[in-house]
Design a protein around this ligand. Structure first.
Ligand code: MG
Length: 375
């Protein structure tokens, strides 16, 4: 069966400039190897992935589950080996990519594939925006940057044309675009991406890790719901504030229904159950415990798991007492307990139009949402 689009990932180099004594494509990057990231970028984007490796790396590379081809003495020879290997399958298009560009985005890959609808070759690049100088330790001249581009990969081609061009190309070429152009083919420039950097020097790894960290932002949401019935008394505790009322709320501890819902939202975001799991009501030591102990525990669990509370939102449902006059105090009280800014804490209230148990003033219900992000 013929292949519409294949990618050749060139990973045969032994380049040690990036430090650490091992070839850069095998170096760790954000918990995996560089090659893991590069291969992942092409999963689902092409019909076949061919990885060109140094023969000594074959054992290391089998775990990737992609087709492996041994590289040659030069990059051009490596690419040609892979093209010759693919030839019997009958490919329409081939993308040729450097393993040392692990951050290539789906957008860049798509742009190259689109370019191939109208051109024999298409490759991503960025216009040069910095001033260009000539010189050694001092500036001896300037270079007009008009019309200059910084070339990236993957460089894409119609398969038959690039195979023929590589077979015919005797000399050295900077990249596959040069090979195609030397054969007389036109190569379209498509939009590159500043993040599609080529790992070359040790500092490039730190930059790549920072970019990956931003991409894999880990956000968790949780909700909580709680109800407490009214009993006799002269105040209720809501979101850490003592509010005078003609009734009290019944329950273990201070029956702070708002704080309980919020605590459960945080446990929920962590998928760690609810208050009852961490503070069993059957355990006498929690009888009458202040609710801020629960909330502090949930926030502590989030921190221990590497999360911070991005924001939270509590809605109290009751006819009375009126919440409005206490909203700011409640937000400040929760901020103090949680150790976060009150700007990210919302407390609001609604009646239920005299409907249901809250409408009949039999109790108060509270709903809360919390968003956690990996710190
Ligand atoms: Mg409760």
């Amino acid at each position: 069966m013929s292949i519409r689009t294949a990618v050749i990932i060139v990973a045969a180099g032994r380049g040690l400039r990036a430090g650490a004594g091992i070839p850069k494509q095998w170096r760790p990057l954000a918990g995996k190897t560089v090659l893991d990231h590069t291969l992942a970028a092409f999963q689902g984007q092409v019909d076949r992935i061919v990885l060109v490796i140094h023969p000594e790396d074959r054992d290391l590379a089998t775990r990737f589950g992609v087709d492996l081809v041994d590289g040659g003495a030069t990059r051009a020879e490596s690419v040609r080996n892979a093209l010759e290997w693919l030839e019997p399958f009958g490919c329409d298009h081939v993308l040729i990519h450097d393993a040392a560009r692990p951050l290539v985005s789906a957008k860049v890959i798509s742009a190259v594939k689109s370019g191939l609808q109208t051109h024999i070759g298409a490759a991503p690049a960025l216009p040069v925006s910095d001033a260009l100088w000539r010189g050694e330790s001092t500036v001896t001249g300037t270079q007009d940057r008009t019309g200059l581009w910084r070339a990236q990969t993957p460089q894409g081609f119609r398969f038959a044309e690039i195979l023929a061009a590589h077979r015919a190309h005797g000399g050295t070429a900077a990249d596959d675009v040069e090979v195609a152009r030397d054969a007389g083919h036109t190569v379209a420039i498509v939009a590159g991406d500043e993040d599609n950097l080529k790992l070359t020097y040790p500092g490039d790894f730190a930059r790549a890790e920072a970019i990956l960290k931003g991409r894999t932002m880990d956000i968790r949401l949780g909700n909580g719901f709680d109800v407490h019935a009214f009993t006799e008394g002269d105040h209720v505790w809501l979101c850490g504030v003592k509010v005078p009322h003609t009734k009290a709320l019944l329950g273990h501890s201070d029956a702070d229904v708002g704080m309980h819902a919020l605590t459960d939202a945080i446990y929920g975001a962590l998928a760690e159950g609810d208050i009852g799991v961490h503070f069993p009501p059957s355990d006498p030591q929690w009888k009458g415990a202040a609710s801020h102990i629960f909330l502090r525990h949930a926030v502590g669990r989030a921190a221990a798991r590497g999360y911070r509370i991005a924001n939270c939102d509590v809605t109290l449902m009751c006819e009375r007492p009126k919440i409005g006059p206490h909203q700011a105090t409640m937000r400040a009280a929760l901020a103090e307990i949680m150790g976060i800014d009150m700007d990210v804490i919302s407390v609001k209230a609604t009646t239920t139009e005299r409907l249901g148990f809250t409408g009949r003033e039999e109790g108060i219900a509270a709903l809360a949402t919390a968003a956690l992000v990996r710190a």
